[in-house]
Design a protein around this ligand. Structure first.
Ligand code: NAD
Ligand code: ZN
Length: 366
């Protein structure tokens, strides 16, 4: 494999790892595991939605690399992202006598990555995990950074561990079967990376929209690589979200999470809620005089061009405001807003007046 597929190297306290992005690179999975220095047997846990062909192709690639490979295909979704499903994985690993040196490979969307990552973090106190994300959201976001987790009835992602992967392999070809709404939701996070940190990437999203949406030519591979690189840079700088960097990735998420909570999970996909949340945040930044209406309009246009919603319906502003206040990102009562202060530039502010927030939230409601 040529280095051209290398989108980023993530540097963490648990080691450094490569993130590869390309077309058909799942065929190099075994080779890449080997060049990462991984030994042992492979336990591939996949979202059943990838059954049979993509899973078989990954398995064959692993076997070509000389790995004895066992496969478990499961229906994995947000509704069973829980300990019962992790337990199915544990029992399977126990039946196969999976050992310390063996490797878990997670193939699927973010739910699969989080759940299999959690199983890998805890099985025998931790075994190596390799991510093969198959949704756009998982590619540009959740497969990088080592956050793993599952839900419990009291709340989402309340159980988890930081468990960095050894390697991330992203095959753009996998996106050909991803439903359009899921694609758009993934673009929301990718565009977010441009908005907060990379004006050139934002520009690319604007100039190559048709090619990106159709996944044609080199533009989508390059845009995904760059978006991945931004997430990787941030994680490398602020692995545990204790500094001022990783929080920037929460752009649009304060109101986005509130929209998800108040509308009941399911009405809006996460990326869709974030898209609307970014519009609310842009409204706040504009009211604070940090950005002009032109940039707000530019953001709206780019989001709409990726088929993302920029307003929400059927919700009350007061409910959203209350939900933002109970969001875990607000510590000590004040919300730390991630706001743009230019294209490709973001910062955080804690001093946003309540009435300004209310105003900006009302502006995104229909
Ligand atoms: N670890 C992190 O840092 C992090 C960050 C953001 C989100 N997350 C988590 O990620 C999850 C959301 O991830 P997601 O949006 O990928 O959801 P998901 O895994 O549920 O995938 C979305 C849908 O697409 C399907 N799918 C996936 N790949 C497909 C393909 N190639 N073809 C056809 N269908 C495919 C899935 O079966 C599912 O129905 C949430 O649980 C969230 O908590 C984690
Ligand atoms: Zn997100």
């Amino acid at each position: 494999m040529q280095d051209t597929n290398l989108a980023a190297v993530v540097n963490t306290s648990q080691g450094s790892y490569r993130v590869l992005v390309g077309r058909d690179i799942v065929d190099d999975l075994g080779f890449e595991l080997r060049s990462t220095g991984l030994r042992g047997r492979v336990f591939l846990v996949a979202d059943e939605v990838m059954f049979p062909n993509p899973i078989r192709r990954a398995q064959e690639a692993l076997e070509r690399g000389g790995y004895e490979t066992h496969v478990l295909a499961l229906e994995i979704g947000e509704s069973n992202k829980n300990l019962q499903t992790v337990e199915i994985v544990y029992s399977w690993l126990a039946d196969q006598r999976a050992e310390r040196g063996d490797i878990l490979v997670a193939m699927g969307g973010g739910v699969t990555g989080d759940l299999v990552g959690f199983a890998a973090a805890t099985w025998l106190r931790g075994v190596p995990v390799v991510h093969v994300p198959t949704s756009l959201a998982a590619m540009v976001d959740s497969s990088i950074g080592g956050k793993t987790g599952v839900n419990i009835p009291k709340g989402k992602n309340l159980l988890g561990a930081f468990h960095q992967p050894k390697l991330v392999v992203q095959d753009i070809g996998h996106l050909s079967t991803l439903p359009p709404r899921e694609m758009a939701a993934g673009w929301a996070e990718a565009v977010k990376h441009g908005l907060i940190l990379d004006a050139d990437l934002l520009d690319k999203f604007e100039r190559f929209t048709p090619q990106l949406i159709k996944l044609e030519g080199d533009a989508p591979v390059e845009a995904i690589r760059r978006s991945v690189a931004i997430k990787a840079e941030i994680v490398s700088e602020d692995e545990y979200e204790t500094g001022d960097r990783r929080v920037l990735l929460n752009y649009g998420h304060t109101v986005g999470h509130a929209i998800e909570t108040v509308s009941g999970y399911g009405k809006y996909l996460h990326g869709e809620a974030v898209s609307i949340g970014m519009m609310a945040a842009a409204g706040i930044a504009e009211r604070l005089g940090m950005i002009d209406s032109e940039l707000v309009g530019r953001q709206r246009k780019v989001l709409e061009s990726y088929n993302l919603p920029v307003t929400a319906s059927g919700l009350r502003a007061e409910d959203l405001i209350n939900a933002t206040k109970s969001d875990k990102k607000s510590r000590g009562g004040t919300i730390r807003w991630v706001l743009l202060d230019g294209p490709g530039q973001a910062t955080t502010r804690r001093d946003v007046p309540d009435d300004m927030v209310l105003d900006a939230v009302e502006a995104i409601l229909r």
